[in-house]
Design a protein around this ligand. Sequence first.
Ligand code: TRP
Length: 81
Amino acid sequence: MEDTNKNQTNSNGNEYFVIKAKDNGVHVIGLTRGQDTRFHHTEKLDKGEVMIAQFTEHTSAVKVRGKALIITKYGTVDTEE
Ligand code: TRP
């Protein structure tokens, strides 16, 4: 099937990242792609909850608030460290 740009297709393909909440009330905030950079979605995770997501045509950046592990192909970041 033809590859479209729906999920920010690049040489890396459509990589996923994982956010694992280490506390209640972690916020995963999606920021819009393009000229206008604003929040478009906030997902609230409680302790132990996991969100698996991609960068897409709508989402070019993600902000994580609270204690969480952010797991990507580049490695794992702990928001507390
Ligand atoms: N509707 C959003 C999109 O397609 C869903 C989404 C994808 C999202 N990745 C995200 C929301 C990361 C928040 C954070 O872009």
